[in-house]
Write a protein that binds this ligand. Structure first.
Ligand code: LLP
Length: 410
């Protein structure tokens, strides 16, 4: 699944990564459609109960990868009209699209209502009032569900990535959600689902069992007291990865967490992003300069940085880096980007083979929350993206042009 050395050079899915770095230039995102589609399959085969995988597009919205989503018969989770627009262009079935997000505008809700989608995950009383108005004026072309924040102790999660906490901006408390469900049922709205998403990069799978139990209590109470039996429980995403050891999380243990809900007759919707896309991408970067500071630090200044890997300064995230040409690790380096910020590093204090200027490094697990979080800071055009499938490479996004840096060139 990961790139491997072949005759001393990294190769992925039959493609020589040094060659594509030379051909397309760096920094370069390379995504493997083969790995991506295999990971979709891992989820589908593991969940042996009725379910729909709605891949979380915010982790990666590459057109070719979304095509794999479509071919697998899966859907997507979108958080904006922009993502919905891309999904539509890729031919994703609207009835396999769920729309989440704390700040959907009236325009965005109206637009998806015009096309029709599977579920709108409502995140506030105000959003509900707008949906109710839309229902009375033109009718609804989606089922509704509410994103509920269950009373769980989530202090175990990363402060930025644990979003299901009581005081977070996301979702609605159980109490308020229950009242909204009551009102929606009374008003004959198409009440179809329950949604939760407790956070991202979760490695303690016990939390998923806990939230699943809370959700079951909630839907059972809804059935008993409000007389509504929902069709879907959308369990969000969040399954974390080990970016250091690159070992696979126990997917069966993850999907098993929601079996109680499936056994109770609910179709499970997964909004997994990272689990599917992170291992399906690498970022190839070139060593621009070597700086030796005797007794202090050795730097490898490379041509990628926080503009491509914002998640490193944002979360102090770790990404493993290996040289594209194999060698014996002998010196300690700080791999740093070219951006004028102290926090612009990729990896610190890493033992690496003594790579030369002009040689390439490969950042692993770079397929999630990287190319969707790009920025032009320091006047840097967006990098190119290639997709590897069946031993062939396709240019999926051209490198940004200098002109792109000027909003209205004349
Ligand atoms: N569903 C909802 C409503 C979400 O907000 C998210 C991620 C997902 C699904 C997918 O979660 P996943 O399976 O990928 O963990 N930029 C951060 C991650 C932010 C996640 C935001 N929401 C990072 O680089 O780690």
């Amino acid at each position: 699944m990961l790139p491997e050395y072949k005759d001393g050079v990294l190769s992925w899915g039959g493609v020589n990564l040094e060659k594509i770095a030379q051909e397309y230039g760096t920094p370069l995102f390379a995504f493997s459609a083969d790995v991506f589609s295999r990971r979709i399959k891992l989820v589908s085969e593991s969940a042996k109960y009725p379910h729909l995988l709605c891949f979380s597009m915010k982790s990666n919205n590459n057109y070719h990868l979304l095509n794999e989503v479509r071919l697998a018969g899966a859907g997507v989770d979108v958080v904006s009209y922009g993502e919905f627009f891309i999904a539509q262009r890729c031919g994703i079935d609207p009835k396999k699209i769920v729309f989440s997000g704390v700040g959907k505008s009236d325009y965005e809700i109206t637009q998806v209502n015009n096309s029709g989608i599977l579920l709108l995950n409502i995140e506030s009383e105000s959003e509900y009032r707008f949906v109710k108005k839309l229902f009375s004026e033109v009718g609804l072309n989606f089922g509704i569900s509410f994103r509920v924040k269950f009373e769980l102790s989530l202090d175990r999660l990363h402060p930025y990535l644990g979003v299901g906490k009581k005081d977070s901006k996301f979702g609605i408390s159980e109490e308020v959600a229950f009242e909204l469900y009551e009102d929606a049922v009374k008003s004959n709205l198409p009440v179809e689902g329950l949604h939760f998403h407790i956070g991202s990069q979760i490695k303690d799978l016990e939390i998923f069992y806990e939230v699943s139990k809370s959700a079951l209590n909630f839907v059972e109470k809804l059935e008993k007291e409000v007389g509504v039996k929902l069709r879907y429980v959308d369990v969000g995403g969040g399954l974390g990865l080990d970016y250091e050891n690159l070992t696979e999380p126990p997917i069966d243990r993850y999907t098993d967490a929601f079996k109680v809900l499936a056994d109770a007759g609910y179709k499970i919707i997964f909004e997994l992003g990272r689990f599917i896309s992170a291992p399906a991408g690498v970022l190839i970067t070139k060593v621009l300069r070597k700086k030796k500071r005797e007794g202090l630090k050795n730097f490898l200044v490379v041509d990628a940085g926080m503009t491509e890997l914002l998640r490193i300064p944002l979360y102090k995230a770790y990404h493993k880096v290996i040289p594209v040409r194999d060698g014996v690790a002998k010196e300690k380096f700080d791999i740093v980007g070219p951006i004028c910020e102290n926090s612009d590093y990729i990896l610190q204090d890493v033992f690496l083979a003594d790579v030369e200027e002009g040689e390439f490094l490969c950042v692993l697990y770079a397929g999630a929350y990287t190319s969707t979080m790009l920025m032009n800071y320091n006047g840097r055009p967006f990098p190119a993206e290639v997709v590897i499938k069946d031993g062939k490479t396709t240019l999926a996004r051209e490198r940004g042009k200098w002109e792109d840096l000027i909003p209205r060139p004349n």
